[in-house]
Write a protein that binds this ligand. Structure first.
Ligand SMILES: Cc1ncc(COP(=O)(O)O)c(C=O)c1O
Length: 377
C-alpha cells in the first residue's frame, strides 16, 4: 500500500533538528527555569534582530498576542476594528472579546488578503484599528494605506500568525510581516511555519511605550510583581517553547525557501499536466516574498476533489469553510450571506494541498497526478 501524504508532517522536521532540540531542552531542564526566563529573553532579542526595528514580547499564544495588541491600544466597548472575514476565528474574536466591533471588508480574489483600499473606505469616526491578516503566508500590501490610516489616528495591527519571515519590498526597503504596523502578532502553534511544541505567541512593535504596556499586560498588568496598575492577562511564553523556537529560528530562512521550492514545483507540475486554468494556483504579488504557510488552490467541485484525494491517500484541508461574518457566534453583528461574496466564494472553492519543507518531488507528482485523474487530464 502506498504511504499516506499528510498536509503537514512535523516528524520529518523533528528528524532534522533532533540533536539541537534535545540539547536546548536539556539546558532549560538543568536550569529549572520554566516561565519567561533567559531563553524567552534571548528568543525575543533574536526575533528583534531578525525582524529589525522592533521590540519583541513573547506570550502564550497567537490569540493572546492579538488580544494583548488591542488591549495595549485601549480598544474597547463600541470601537470599530476593520478586518478580513477570511481568516482564522481568533482574528475577529479578539475584537469582540473587548466589546469592540469587527467591521469586515471583503478580500482580494487573487491573494485572499483584505483589500487595503476598500479597508480605508470603511473608516468611520469610531475606527480605532485596522487589522489585516497576512493570509497563508503572503503579506497584504500596506504601503498604499499605511500613512492614510496613521493620519486618521488609526493603528495598524498585523496578524502575522501565518507569515513569520514573509516580506514585501517597499521601494528599496524590505518590510517583514508583522514589523510594518504599530503592532505585529505571531503564533507559534506547532503547525505554524515557525512553530513550537505547544502553544506560544509574540507581539512586536516599534513603539517603546506600547512594548512596555504589553510587557505589563502579559503578567496581570503588574509593572512590579504584586503591584497591579491594571488588569491584564496571564500570558507568558514558557522557556521550553522559547528554547525550541530559538533552534527553529536559526533554520527559518532555509525552511521558508524550501516551502517556496515546493510551491514552484506545484506550479510546474500543474502546467505540465495542463491543469492550469482548472486549478488556480496561489497568486504571488509583485514585490512579495510569500512563504507558503499554506498552499491554497481554487478548484471546481472542491468537496468532491477533496474526497477523491482522501481515497488516494492524500490529505488536504479547507481553510476556511465558513467566513467569519457568517459564524453563528457573530450573528449579533447583523451580517448575512452575500455581504462578502469573494470571501464566501473562497470558502466554497479553495483547497489547501500538502506543503511543508520536507515534502518530496515524488509526493508532489503523486498529488498532481491524482488531481489530473480527477479532472480527466
Ligand atoms: C491568522 C491567524 N490568526 C491567529 C491565530 C491564533 O493563533 P494561536 O492558535 O496561536 O492562538 C492563528 C492560528 O491558529 C491564525 O492562523
Amino acid at each position: 500500500m502506498t504511504a499516506k501524504i499528510p498536509t503537514l508532517d512535523l516528524t520529518r522536521n523533528y528528524g532534522r533538528i533532533k540533536e539541537e532540540i534535545l540539547e536546548a531542552l536539556n539546558t532549560v531542564l538543568e536550569s529549572q527555569h520554566f516561565i519567561l526566563g533567559p531563553d524567552v529573553a534571548a528568543f525575543e532579542k533574536e526575533c528583534e534582530s531578525y525582524l529589525g526595528g522592533v521590540s519583541a514580547i513573547g506570550c502564550a499564544s497567537g490569540t493572546d498576542a492579538l488580544l494583548l495588541a488591542l488591549m495595549a491600544l485601549d480598544i474597547g466597548e463600541g470601537d470599530e476594528v476593520i478586518t478580513t472575514p477570511y481568516s482564522f476565528f481568533a482574528t475577529a474574536s479578539c475584537i469582540t472579546r473587548l466589546g469592540a466591533v469587527p467591521v469586515f471588508v471583503d478580500v482580494d480574489p487573487g491573494t485572499f488578503n483584505i483589500d487595503p483600499v476598500k479597508a480605508l473606505e470603511a473608516v468611520t469616526p469610531r475606527t480605532k484599528a485596522f487589522l489585516p491578516v497576512h493570509i497563508f503566508g503572503q503579506m497584504t500590501p500596506l504601503e498604499t494605506v499605511h500613512e492614510a490610516f496613521a493620519a486618521r489616528g488609526i493603528s495598524v495591527v498585523e496578524d502575522a500568525a501565518q507569515a513569520f519571515g514573509a516580506w514585501r519590498k517597499e521601494g528599496n526597503q524590505i518590510r517583514r510581516a508583522g514589523a510594518w504596523g504599530h503592532i505585529g502578532c505571531y503564533s507559534f502553534f506547532p503547525t505554524k511555519n515557525l512553530g513550537g511544541y505547544g502553544d506560544g505567541g509574540m507581539n512586536v512593535t516599534p513603539e517603546g511605550s506600547i512594548a512596555d504596556r504589553i510587557r505589563k499586560l502579559r503578567v496581570h498588568g503588574a509593572g512590579t510583581t504584586y503591584y497591579h496598575d491594571e488588569v491584564g492577562l496571564n500570558s507568558r511564553l514558557d522557556s521550553l517553547q522559547a528554547a525550541i523556537l530559538r533552534v527553529k529560528l536559526r533554520h527559518i530562512e532555509e525552511w521558508n525557501e524550501e516551502r517556496r521550492t515546493v510551491a514552484g514545483r506545484y506550479f510546474a507540475l500543474f502546467a505540465e499536466k495542463g491543469l492550469l486554468g482548472t486549478v488556480v494556483p496561489p497568486q504571488e504579488l509583485e514585490g512579495n516574498y510569500h512563504i507558503y504557510h499554506q498552499y491554497v488552490v481554487k478548484v471546481p467541485r472542491r468537496d468532491e476533489l477533496q474526497a477523491f484525494l482522501e481515497g488516494e491517500g492524500i490529505v488536504s484541508r479547507v481553510y476556511y469553510p465558513v467566513s467569519l461574518h457568517l459564524q453563528k457566534c457573530f450573528s449579533f453583528l447583523g451580517y448575512s450571506e452575500g455581504d462578502f461574496p469573494v470571501s464566501e466564494q473562497l470558502s466554497r472553492e479553495t483547497l489547501a494541498l500538502p506543503v511543508f519543507p520536507e515534502l518530496t518531488m515524488e509526493e508532489q507528482v503523486r498529488i498532481v497526478s491524482a488531481i489530473g485523474r480527477f479532472y480527466g487530464k
